[in-house]
Design a protein around this ligand. Sequence first.
Ligand code: HEM
Length: 560
Amino acid sequence: MLISVYYVIFAISIGIILISYVFLLLKCKQKACVAIEHLYEEKKQRCFNQAPGPHPWPIIGNINLLGRFQNNPFYGFGTLTKRYGDIYSITLGHTRCLVVNNVDLIKEVLNKNGKYFGGRPDFFRYHKLFGGDRNNSLALCDWSQLQQKRRNLARRHCSPRESSSYFSKMSEIGNLEVNHLLEQFINISSGNSCDIKPLILAASANMFCQYMCSVRFNYTDTGFKKVVEYFDEIFWEINQGYSFDYIPWLLPFYCNHINQIVHWSTSIRKFILERIVNHRESNINLNHPDQDFTDALLKSLKEDKNVSRNTIIFMLEDFIGGHSAVGNLVMLALAYIAKNPTIGEHIRNEVDAVSTKGTRKISLYDMNVMPYTMATILEVLRYSSSPIVPHVAMEDLVIKGYGVTKGTIVFINNYVLNMSESYWNHPEQFDPGRFLENKYTNNKENGPNCDYNKTTLDGSDFRLEFNKEMDKNGSLKNNNSPQNSHIRQVKKSIPHFLPFSVGKRTCIGQNLVRGFGFLLLANIIQNYNVNSADFSKIKIERSTVALPTKCFKLSLRTRA
Ligand code: HEM
């Protein structure tokens, strides 16, 4: 009896051992398969050559090639296409980079493979700008679930649709701030040269602060003035490239510069906490609907354990900081108008027709009926070719048959798109008209449901009357034809025009740029003639929307 019990126990033990071996073998097989697959992938990668490119020097790589194009590295990238084609690799310091120079390839990288190119360069400077960790920044962080969450949170507030209450809030706030700005201009509107940039930036900052945080600051508030200046410095800084980004051992030579960056960013953070967040945080009511973006952020902090206080403070800072881009864009537009007075005349014609000769201010709802003004903003974006923040490959992958290894920095060259003769007629000319098209219509079409039969705020059916009186350059002429008229509109889509980039990491602030930029530009031109006492002082770098903090002066003269 005892023996048979032993036999049974022995048999069970053998069974267990055998089953364990089978599991062990299966697991080993799985691991072996993964390892083989990995090896195969690696081999496959190795089979793909790197894109062609110049041979790198030790230590500096190809930085010497860009040295010649310090003022416009993207032009430099463009010249290298003649030798290496539209996609090529260069090495900056020790970092491998890929430069992509045509629209199809750009879309292959950012649209088709966007999820693999969601990283950003790990520059020391970027960390210093955002409290020691670039992942605090919306634009400079690597792609992550947190980034997806932050983008979703921001979308409603920062990309308002025309029919939404956010849009009407934007229009209202924009108009109120324009009144404040015009009051400031009264003292400087005698036609003398003036440094108007700080005022335009302050107006733009107040538009953003009111829209996002329901607070505005006085133009004489020294704390506010300093913060607006520091934001502007940072905007300039983000648009620059330095050799120490790629050759970190040069950093000790740039200590003062880095300390300056830290000073700007910590001062901004202190201001946002002391003057905006602290007070709001203590008064937040979770049961009330969101008053603004700050409410939405503070609520997400209370409701979602994965969102940290740092995250929301940096988000707010990022979005308020967007005002610098708008302010600089408007300054550029005014400079081009000063240089090309006919452009100012065309805008003035639109403004006068829409506002019945200046009897009311221009609102956001006039955007659709002022195509030339909108086209001017687009032409500034094209002409200045704001660089697309570099992307980084987050995995090994293949683009156009070339192997791209994880960690490669990808430069998207939209300067070549904006300046290529194969995409634009006379790309070197500043000409807003290139963004306009005519839509022919007969008046019968223009019934109450016609898309193009837009009305202005005061209810007048302006667009048709106005458009049929414009010649092709945008100036007024008297050729009223009662039957047929053409409507001038901004071209709907231009596939090679990507000022805000495409794909997963496209700019979140583009509607704010169009909206607040339009309000500032149209209302300034409604009230002032813009000129310059010395055009030689208007120096504009290509390949950036950023102007130095201390830039050219302009003169404003009240319109007769
Ligand atoms: C002249 C005005 C502006 C231009 C030309 C511009 C252009 C761009 C470009 C090219 C990118 C990079 C997209 C990419 O990496 O593929 C970007 C990213 C971004 N922009 Fe703008 N932008 C402007 C203004 C603004 C404003 C006003 C805001 C906010 C209020 C804003 C918020 C952002 C954010 C948060 C990102 C990062 C998105 C991400 O990486 O996921 N931008 N912008």
